[in-house]
Write a protein of this length. Structure first.
Length: 388
């Protein structure tokens, strides 16, 4: 078993909690077995600033597997809670533990994100069990997107929203056929597939913008509110990048005008190739829980930064192959938008996105050498421009 959160050093204020989790995972036979058979492992580490210094606010490592039914087991440290948790023990999703919970009769569990949501298919529908505070909001966002697409000249296929069942803590939606488009790509078809997804991304950004309060509006221009915390988080984990991060922050503030949105658009909020289903010659986009009216260039940049982590064929791709993949995606986006990509704005947002991707990988314990190299390259480019 690899060392979880190996980037946490002995001098870090988070080290004692991380060492405790490592000890529990290694010392409990049930957890060792779960990790050894896991199809997927979810992990998360977050910290908060306290008067006495930085403290761990959330830390979990959860294994998931099928034998043949869906199983989950892991360890959670949050607040005063320190416990081994199964799916039914999720403290933020109490609806999962009731004997008649809809997911128990599911045909398939599609995805489980600890403390956030369980997505499953049952009776020809897809159900999402979510936190009580997020349930109605997610249903409303999908409803707004569905309405917007129905008004479009070139609609995007999305799941039809179903009922919102507050009592069971689930909202329902249409179960679409097909499979993730990335699973249909062989090496000879990947670039064409990326071009098609890029065009689909542009079509989303051309959908009618929902009226009034149907969807939240993102802040207009400027660095995202999470930017200072992302810089601090990366510097904590990788202190040798401190000077590069400072230069990136200075460069973006000098070029703040490039972060302004050229127009507001309907944005998916978490768009990625893995959110696209291939349905014959058609495609559909799922998982609209974070849909927002926002900056399309920012979303495009985030998608590009996330390609290696989202498309398995690009996970360890050399830089030239990754450049070809991005070029295909951008060519498709320009074709779908009917206009050239604004590369000046994209460059600024791409730097923001690469820093955000690095911070997310640290939080989720998914840091690898390729991801670190990409982030360092983006930061070095800023330094080289400043020195020119």
């Amino acid at each position: 078993m690899r060392t979880v959160f190996g980037w946490v050093r002995e001098d870090s204020p988070l080290y004692p909690d991380v060492v405790t989790v490592r000890s529990v995972l290694a010392g409990q036979p049930a957890l060792r077995r779960a990790l050894s058979r896991a199809d997927e492992v979810h992990a998360e580490l977050r910290a908060s600033a306290e008067p006495t210094g930085l403290r761990t606010s959330r830390l979990y490592v959860v294994a998931q597997w099928r034998e043949p039914g869906f199983r989950s087991l892991g360890y959670l440290a949050e607040g005063g809670r320190r416990q081994v948790v199964s799916l039914e023990d999720d403290p933020m999703l109490p609806q999962l533990r009731t004997p008649d919970a809809p997911w128990r009769s599911a045909d398939d569990v599609l995805r489980y994100v600890p403390l956030r949501r369980l997505t499953f298919r049952a009776g020809g529908r897809v159900g999402k069990a979510k936190r009580a505070s997020k349930l109605a909001d997610s249903h409303a966002r999908l409803t707004a997107v569905s309405r917007a697409s129905s008004r479009a000249v070139r609609p995007v296929r999305v799941p039809e929203p179903g009922t919102l069942d507050r009592e069971s803590g689930v909202f329902w939606q249409e179960s679409l056929p097909g499979r993730p488009v990335v699973d249909t790509w062989d090496p000879d078809r990947m670039l064409a597939g990326l071009r098609a997804v890029g065009a689909l991304n542009a079509r989303i950004h051309r959908l009618p913008v929902p009226h009034g309060a149907e969807l939240p509006r993102s802040a207009d221009g400027g660095l995202p509110s999470s930017w200072p915390a992302q810089l601090a988080w990366i510097e904590l984990a990788l202190p040798y990048l401190a000077a590069d991060l400072h230069r990136a922050d200075t460069w973006l503030r000098v070029h703040a005008a490039d972060l302004a949105s050229p127009r507001k658009a309907l944005c998916h909020g978490d768009f990625a190739c893995s959110q696209v289903l291939a349905i014959g010659d058609d495609a559909a986009v799922v998982d609209w829980d974070l849909a927002v009216v926002g900056n399309p260039v920012a979303e495009l940049a985030t998608c590009l930064a996330g390609l290696p982590g989202d498309v398995p064929q690009l996970a360890a791709a050399p830089s030239d192959e990754l450049a070809d993949a991005e070029r295909a995606y951008l060519d498709g986006y320009a074709e779908g938008a009917g206009e050239a990509v604004d590369h000046r704005r994209l460059r600024a947002w791409r730097l923001v996105a690469e820093v955000g991707e690095l911070a997310k990988r640290l939080t989720k314990d998914r840091l690898d050498a390729s991801a670190l190299d990409r982030a360092c390259s983006a930061l070095r480019a800023v330094a080289e421009e400043g020195a020119a």
